[in-house]
Write a protein that binds this ligand. Structure first.
Ligand code: ADP
Ligand code: ZN
Ligand code: MG
Length: 499
């Protein structure tokens, strides 16, 4: 928890924070946005460059078709309307990592607008959601990178790597609909999940494929107008963004409480110190002198092309969760776990389709297996028990051939010996007592020893049957066939007739 100031809860409660996000997402195209250079992270500095992305005089941009398709897919996935004719504009500014002296972007006619993302509201437990507006999604190109350290003469020089220059981006701008740092976190989590499902980006924050600027302001609760915003730039993890927003909210309240005013500026998050620093003032709003890019024609994405692009829209996470809950009778929480990544969801579904009871596969996976993975410090993909192994275990449990106690023992062995379930089951298969006479004898003993419970059952309290099942199971050292045992207990007790 960042404590910018020592503000009391009473003072904090007087204010309403307001937050809007600008998220830059690199698209996973093979080549760059306007030239044929490879679009790939890293590489020796200045090796993925050509006259176009270096901004050499006379070089002309040619728009990457795939980048447009990815932008449309991403836009549709967050419920945006596509503008049939959008326009690229030059955003003019000077910075060493941008050799042209301008960035090709979209300004007044972006490719997509008016979308939304639903995030969990409140605790999120009751399934309630809050809709966060997406103002626009537009296409643009990335800049290169300034390298400030790592060289002997870094103290006096800045080096420039232009490999990233011209990488296709979409910028996704939210409405100022977010109210807390937690909502910011939820919004980014949902956005990233949707983008990963569409496959348009790898959303790798460490490599900068997803970057977020948070616009933060505060106002007195009930005020008619939003306060002045400050923009916290380039925070490179969701966790840090949460801290940065929390810090910034408290900083601004502190400034106002001290009789000052918040100035419109860009600020940088310093994670080591847990605070933001002023970077540059935005008081005199930037004049980017936008004008339409003369070297690119308007971009037309007609109905036919849009329909073609939409064919590659995958089932999105929310829809997939809903379907999986209905189709496999699993809990919302399990569905959320399984849809964490497309790969995991696919694996679970493949297993669920082979199993007698998908619900049992789900519960073994989220309880028995997850618990043992945690205890042995393993990730799911390192589990000794494969999904096939879980399906077999679930089927055996479902048919009553394995009691839950036996199942636990077998799983323990799998983890102790690092072997899959089918092998351990073949070797250690517990001899189950499925002999009716033997089980009946044990039931008779337990009935004889517990006359009070027998009377309760005969008096109409049918749930007491579980008491007898449990006791017989204990007498059998967990080896009685559970399905058969259940059946025989009920038969025996019913045979005694009502009181
Ligand atoms: P600018 O012209 O400074 O770029 P925009 O109106 O384009 O500002 O908004 C940029 C981002 O800032 C958007 O995500 C928007 O939701 C957010 N934003 C706008 N006004 C505020 C405010 N008062 N407080 C917090 N965020 C805001
Ligand atoms: Zn190039
Ligand atoms: Mg703006």
């Amino acid at each position: 928890m960042s404590t910018a100031t020592m503000l009391s809860p009473e003072i904090l409660a007087k204010y309403q924070p307001v937050i809007g996000l600008e998220v830059h997402v690199q698209l996973l195209t093979a080549s760059k946005a306007f030239c044929g250079c490879v679009n790939k992270y890293g590489g020796d500095p200045n090796t993925h460059v050509c006259p176009t992305c270096l901004g050499l005089p006379g070089a002309l941009p040619v728009l990457n078709r795939r980048a447009v398709e990815f932008a449309v897919l991403a836009a549709k996935a967050i419920n945006c309307e596509i503008r049939e004719t959008s326009v690229f504009s030059r955003k003019n500014y000077f910075y060493p990592d941008s050799p042209k002296g301008y960035q090709i972007s979209q300004f007044d006619k972006p490719i997509a607008e008016k979308g939304w993302i639903d995030i969990p509201a409140g605790s999120g437990k009751d399934g309630a959601t809050k809709r966060i507006g997406v103002t626009r999604l537009h296409m643009e190109e990335d800049a290169g990178k300034s390298i400030h350290d790592g060289f002997a003469d870094s103290i006096s020089k800045t080096y420039i790597d232009l490999n990233r220059c011209g990488t296709p981006l979409v910028e996704i701008v939210s409405e100022p609909d977010l109210r807390t740092a937690d909502e910011v976190f939820e919004y980014l989590t949902k956005l990233k999940e949707i983008l990963l499902y569409t496959g348009v980006s790898d959303c790798n924050m460490e490599e900068g494929s997803l970057r977020c600027d948070a616009n933060v302001s505060v106002m007195l609760k009930g005020a008619a107008e939003y306060g002045t915003k400050a923009e916290v730039k380039n925070v490179n993890s969701f966790r840090y963004i949460r801290s940065a927003v929390e810090y910034e909210i408290e900083r601004q309240i502190g400034v106002i409480e001290d009789g000052g005013r918040v100035i419109q500026e860009s600020r940088l998050w310093n994670n080591a110190e847990g605070r933001t620093y002023s970077m540059r003032s935005k008081e005199q709003a930037h004049d980017y002198r936008y004008f339409p890019e003369p070297d690119l024609p308007p971009l037309v994405v007609g109905a036919a092309w849009q329909a073609e692009i939409l064919k590659s829209m995958p089932e999105l996470p929310e829809a997939r969760r809903a379907r999986m809950i209905a189709e496999y009778d699993i809990s919302a929480q399990d569905a959320a776990t399984f849809t964490n990544t497309i790969a995991f969801a696919d694996q679970f579904e493949a297993a669920a389709k082979r199993a007698k009871s998908p619900r049992r596969v789900a519960s073994l996976l989220t309880s028995e297996i997850t618990m043992r993975l945690r205890l042995s410090g393993l990730e799911l993909d390192q589990s000794p028990v494969s999904l096939d192994g879980i399906v077999l275990a679930a089927d055996l449990a479902e048919s009553g051939e394995l009691s839950s106690k036996m199942l636990k023992q077998l799983f323990d062995t799998c983890f102790a010996e690092s072997k899959d379930f089918p092998a351990i089951y073949d070797r250690d298969k517990p001899r189950q007592i499925s002999d009716t006479d033997a089980i009946e004898t044990m039931i008779d003993e337990v009935i004889a020893a517990n006359p009070k419970q027998v009377d309760q059952y005969r008096g109409g309290k049918k749930t007491v049957a579980a008491f007898f099942v449990g006791n017989v199971m204990r007498v059998s050292k967990g080896q009685a066939n559970p399905a058969l045992l259940n059946e025989l207990v009920t038969k025996k007790l019913d045979a005694l007739g009502p009181l």
